[in-house]
Structure formats: structure tokens, C-alpha cells
Ligand binder design. Structure first.
Ligand SMILES: Cc1ncc(COP(=O)(O)O)c(C=O)c1O
Length: 407
């Protein structure tokens, strides 16, 4: 576990560039030691569902139309039905006001904090927006555009890579308008359990803030479907107040380029957010929504997708396990490897490129420095298993050899 000197760090400014630009700067002028293999990309490489072209063709004429901001009734109904089945919600999601289409979950993550700030009207110049650290960088952008004060909570191994809810004081919680958290987490692939979600929901209701639960990796799991925040809420029995879940077809169905996702949960929040989006946001094209309808009615392609990832994690376990111990996360498609035996994540990234032609991402680029200079991602590298099995195997063999040679 990485010691955190403070439970949280306030007022972090927006990173000047995204992790991939920082990586390009880090490796600028360096020559790869072998044919390069890129293991940084979070973009799915498996096939898109075979029905995609057919559904787009059938709905081609709808590209002429401006789509309704709330999406088609069929889209909302299908998503509500999928959520209901996936999380055993007992018909509690309202398909009229409880589901909103988004241009990928990223759209909702980017602008959710603005809506939260406006709707809560806490009368603060810079209300707090809480993020985990490491974090998906859009959360920091969300805090920035909402003119909020980003408060970063270390999410480290000792706490299942989730923000420690016990570290939050009342003053901070009262000033908070939005709490961003992912499960499964990116980069670590950990999963929040029902008890964690319920504690967070109770805090949100007591201190009046919205939870933005980023569940876009929910279907990329090894064995057990990760529990969702809506499921936790239903078990509490008090509706979905203060809960917004974000998800999309990007990872589930390898349709990252379709830009089709949704927000679901608190109907009161979503009704008002739809009005705001009606002024400010791009709509989701109707043919994309039609693909989503078909995709959310089909689990076969998702099962196959999981099988392909699981094959690659099995290879990672076989190749890296003897050196590092268990490396397979519960979910997601990244390896989050503690490489402190070989240096920090930045020096290891540079050496892997120079010596083995492997491009990986230093963990610290996915996190922010704390006020004492510590960074919870410092000892880690992130390796994406999006690449095909054969390529992933070559990369993992090279990594294992490098580790063996460099001990
Ligand atoms: C943790 C996390 N959240 C959200 C997103 C955005 O996904 P999309 O907008 O494609 O749904 C990503 C994409 O990589 C991600 O890794």
C-alpha cells in the first residue's frame, strides 16, 4: 500500500495535457529497442457487433432528422429494461424520466458537475467536486468547467483502489456538489461492493450532493458481474435520489466510435438536466440509438467480448504471475502493475520502450501529485489488453523477459 500523508488533496488544477500527450513527450527522441508494440490504448479492438451495419442501413433516413434531446422512447425503454434485468431493479427505473441518452458516458461525466452545482444551489463560489486519485481525466475537467474545487482522494491498494469514505469530514461533504467514482475502476479494475455503494448513497443524501457513478466497464468482468449503484439503491428501498449512473456501448459492445451511452437514475435530476441539455448539448443521432436498442437486447456479443479478454488475462497470469504474483483484476481490460522493484512507473516506461519496444503508460500520468509530492500512481504502469491475443502474448513475454533480465 502507498502511504497517503493526507486523506485528500484540495484545489488540484486541470492537467495541462492528457496522459497520452505526456507519454509522447516522455518518449520523444527515444528509439524503441524492438518493433514497437503499443499497449497503452483504452480503445477496444475486438469486432463490433455484426448487426451494426444492418441497423444503421435500416435507419439511414433518420440521419436527416434532429434527434429529440431525450432520445427515442424505444431507446429509453430498452435501456431501462436492460438495467432492470442486469441489476434486478424490479421495474423501478422510469423509462420516461429515469434514462437520458448521451454522446458516450464521457459527455455526462464532463457536464454532470455543472448540472449538480446549479441544481443544488449551495451558494458557494467554488463548491467541492470529489474525485478518486488516480482518475479518469475527464472528472478533473468536469470540476474545472463547473468552477468547482477538485478534491482528490487517494484510491490505493489498501482500500480496494476506492476513495476511503471514512476520510471525509462534514465540512467537506457539506460543500460538495458532485462525487465522481468509477466501478469497475480505471486503471485498477477493482469493483465497489453493495455496502460501499450504500455508504456513499447515505452520505450523498445526508449532505446533499450527486454521485456520478461511472460504470462504463460494468460488462467487462472476469467471473462475477460487478454490482451497480442502482442495485444498491433498490436494496435500500428509497428510490434513486442523488444517484446518476453513466454507461455506454463503448466497452460493452466495442462501439467507442458510435458515441452512444446513457445516464440513468434520479428522475428529478435527469428531468432538469434534459432541459439544460436541450439548450447546451449535442443530441445522439437516431440511427446510433437504433444500434443501441439492438445492442442492449443482445448479450451474445458481450459474452464473446468477455471471453476474449479473459483469454488474455489468463495469458497474463501465466506469463507474469511467476514474477509478480496474481495480476488479474476483477474487471476492466487493464493490468495495473506495481513495478517498484524495477524503479518508478516513469523510469520503467522509458526503459521498456528503449529496451523492449513496449509502449505502456506510467501510473502517475493517470493521477495527480499530492501536496507533499507523492503520487498514488507512481509505482505503477498501466498495460491495456485491448490488443489481439497473439500481440498481447508477445508484449507480455517481452515484459516478463525484461523484468527477469533487469531484476
Ligand atoms: C473510466 C472511463 N470512464 C469513461 C470513459 C468514456 O467512455 P465513453 O464516453 O466512450 O462511454 C472511459 C473511456 O475510456 C473510461 O475509461
Amino acid at each position: 500500500m502507498i502511504a497517503s500523508p493526507k486523506p485528500y488533496q484540495r484545489g488540484v488544477s486541470l492537467p495541462s495535457s492528457n496522459p497520452f500527450q505526456r507519454l509522447a513527450d516522455l518518449l520523444d527522441g527515444e528509439t524503441p529497442g524492438l518493433d514497437p508494440i503499443i499497449m497503452t490504448i483504452g480503445e477496444p479492438q475486438h469486432a463490433i457487433p455484426e448487426f451494426t451495419a444492418e441497423v444503421l442501413t435500416e435507419n439511414m433516413a433518420d440521419f436527416r432528422r434532429y434527434p429529440p434531446i431525450k432520445g427515442s422512447p424505444e431507446f429509453r425503454r430498452t435501456v431501462a429494461t436492460w438495467l432492470d434485468k442486469r441489476y434486478a431493479l424490479g421495474g423501478t427505473i422510469d423509462p420516461e424520466d429515469g434514462v437520458l441518452p448521451l454522446n458516450g458516458s464521457r459527455e455526462g461525466l464532463s457536464f454532470g458537475a455543472i448540472a449538480a452545482r446549479d441544481q443544488l444551489d449551495k451558494g458557494l463560489d467554488h463548491p467541492a467536486v470529489i474525485l478518486p486519485n488516480p482518475f479518469y481525466q475527464t472528472y478533473a475537467a468536469a470540476a474545472h468547467v463547473a468552477d468547482g474545487e477538485a478534491v482528490l482522494l487517494d484510491a490505493v491498494a489498501g482500500n480496494n483502489f476506492l476513495p476511503d469514505l471514512d476520510s471525509l469530514d462534514t465540512d467537506l461533504l457539506d460543500r460538495t456538489v458532485a462525487f465522481y467514482v468509477a466501478s469497475p475502476t480505471n486503471p485498477e479494475g477493482y469493483v465497489a461492493d453493495i455496502a460501499y455503494w450504500q455508504r456513499l448513497i447515505a452520505l450523498a443524501r445526508k449532505h446533499r450532493f450527486f454521485i456520478f457513478a461511472d460504470e462504463c466497464y460494468s460488462e467487462i468482468y472476469r467471473k462475477t458481474p460487478p454490482p451497480g449503484i442502482l442495485e444498491a439503491a433498490v436494496q435500500m428501498g428509497e428510490g434513486f435520489a442523488k444517484i446518476i449512473v453513466l454507461n455506454s456501448l463503448s466497452k460493452r459492445s466495442n462501439l467507442a466510435g458510435l458515441r452512444c451511452g446513457f445516464a440513468a437514475g434520479d428522475p428529478d435530476f435527469l428531468r432538469k438536466w434534459a432541459k439544460f441539455r436541450g439548450l447546451a448539448a449535442p443530441q445522439v443521432p437516431l440511427p446510433a440509438q437504433a444500434v443501441a436498442v439492438r445492442a442492449y437486447q443482445d448479450e451474445a456479443h458481450v459474452i464473446e467480448n468477455r471471453r476474449l479478454y479473459n483469454e488474455k488475462f489468463a495469458a497474463a497470469e501465466e506469463i507474469l504471475g511467476p514474477i509478480l504474483g496474481p495480476v488479474t483484476p476483477e474487471a476492466g481490460f487493464f493490468l495495473w502493475l506495481d513495478v517498484s522493484r524495477w524503479g518508478d512507473g516513469i523510469s520503467v516506461t522509458r526503459s521498456l520502450w528503449r529496451d523492449a519496444g513496449l509502449k505502456v503508460l506510467p501510473g502517475s500520468f493517470l493521477a495527480s501529485d499530492q501536496s507533499d509530492g507523492s503520487n498514488p500512481g507512481r509505482n505503477y504502469i498501466r498495460i491495456s489488453l485491448a490488443a489481439p491475443l497473439e500481440q498481447a502474448r508477445i508484449a507480455l513475454d517481452r515484459l516478463a523477459n525484461w523484468m527477469g533480465d533487469t531484476q
